[in-house]
Write a protein that binds this ligand. Sequence first.
Ligand SMILES: *[C@@H]1O[C@H](CO)[C@@H](O)[C@H](O)[C@H]1NC(C)=O
Ligand SMILES: *[C@@H]1O[C@H](CO)[C@@H](O)[C@H](O)[C@H]1NC(C)=O
Ligand SMILES: *[C@@H]1O[C@H](CO)[C@@H](O)[C@H](O)[C@H]1NC(C)=O
Ligand SMILES: *[C@@H]1O[C@H](CO)[C@@H](O)[C@H](O)[C@H]1NC(C)=O
Ligand SMILES: *[C@@H]1O[C@H](CO)[C@@H](O)[C@H](O)[C@H]1NC(C)=O
Ligand SMILES: *[C@@H]1O[C@H](CO)[C@@H](O)[C@H](O)[C@H]1NC(C)=O
Length: 347
Amino acid sequence: MSMRRSTVSAAFFFLILILQLVYFMGTSTVGGVVSPTNTSSAVLITVDQSGKGDFQRIQDAIDAVPPNFSKQVFISINPGVYRERVVVPKEKPWIILSGANETTTIITWSGRWDTLQSTTLSIWASNFVGRYLTIQNTYGPGSQALAVSVFGDSVSFYACRMLSYQDTLYDMSGRHYYHNCYIEGATDFIFGNALSLFEKCHIHSISKNGGAITAQKRSSSDENTGYSFLACKLTGERPRSVILGRPWGPYSRVVYAYTYMSNAILPQGWSDWHNATRQRTAYYGEYKCYGSGSRSSRRVKWSHQLTSDEAMPFINKSMINGSDWLRPLPTHFMKADFPLVPRKMDE
Ligand SMILES: *[C@@H]1O[C@H](CO)[C@@H](O)[C@H](O)[C@H]1NC(C)=O
Ligand SMILES: *[C@@H]1O[C@H](CO)[C@@H](O)[C@H](O)[C@H]1NC(C)=O
Ligand SMILES: *[C@@H]1O[C@H](CO)[C@@H](O)[C@H](O)[C@H]1NC(C)=O
Ligand SMILES: *[C@@H]1O[C@H](CO)[C@@H](O)[C@H](O)[C@H]1NC(C)=O
Ligand SMILES: *[C@@H]1O[C@H](CO)[C@@H](O)[C@H](O)[C@H]1NC(C)=O
Ligand SMILES: *[C@@H]1O[C@H](CO)[C@@H](O)[C@H](O)[C@H]1NC(C)=O
């Protein structure tokens, strides 16, 4: 690489960094939601496998936070492969779980879904933020095997990798924002009845035979739930092996906008899950997508190529009222004013 090119690319990299910083800091103001928390500051707890932090296990750090604690808690997780199942209960809102880097801070488990208890990371709390983490379920084919379950409202993930085979991300209830995440699975691997915006995410299918990316569950026209994929990238292991979605609930609603679709996407695009009555109520749309998998000529007739007016409600953060609850990272950190010992919920 010549001197000039490396200078240019360094300048470019720097510019991107600044833009990302501005973007990230500018995404959010806290308004509307009444909260006891001063979101510009947080209690800092560190987790380190080798014993150099406050805790060696992530769950122990979460368990130490008092229920209904009035401050934001930033749990910083040093690199390591954390073999544990992590639950953030309802009584622990305003937790930020932050890895060092999504390729080096890994939470891994191998649960099979008889109950939800097998999910690697479950979020029942509101106002949770996850960043720079790999969350995986290594069970593989043969059963539902959830990596992440999200039930809380106002939950966001930045630069996280979510990996499994069947049913990777149970995106069940509340308003959620996923930014710059990598989500991998084989079938129905983003499913549930939340209202979620996925922005600049890479969705990768490892299906061999027509597995669906989404199984959104909206069950009536009154429910304001659905998934929107904005400026995402869809890829797969094999050409023509993936569908965009199928209706778990009759009013299932999914939109892809400004999204790259590789040739992994099947020409028909969508499935009615062997129930033609759902063709009348499911709402599946595409807007300004590109790539060979986005060609619309052979799409199922009951899906929609959206007009700009139709696409409008799905293509920015107002879809999830993001300005009411997305927030910048805290800038001031303080020591815990509670004992740094795991405390079980029922104690
Ligand atoms: C919030 O915390 C920051 C940093 O500790 C402090 O400067 C600011 O005054 C606090 N705001 C309120 C309203 O307490
Ligand atoms: C936490 O707050 C919720 C809702 O306000 C309340 O129902 C619950 O009892 C509280 N839990 C504890 C342990 O204080
Ligand atoms: C994590 O590390 C990888 C590999 O070094 C790098 O490409 C990526 O940008 C890092 N992510 C963050 C958020 O720093
Ligand atoms: C098809 O979907 C409709 C609407 O959700 C439902 O009422 C019906 O029971 C479904 N049919 C079958 C065979 O599952
Ligand atoms: C976001 O979308 C809404 C429609 O849902 C629109 O009214 C608003 O102007 C858009 N905001 C931006 C910044 O584009
Ligand atoms: C967004 O905010 C408006 C105005 O407060 C409210 O009517 C609407 O229900 C909210 N939507 C969501 C999805 O939170």
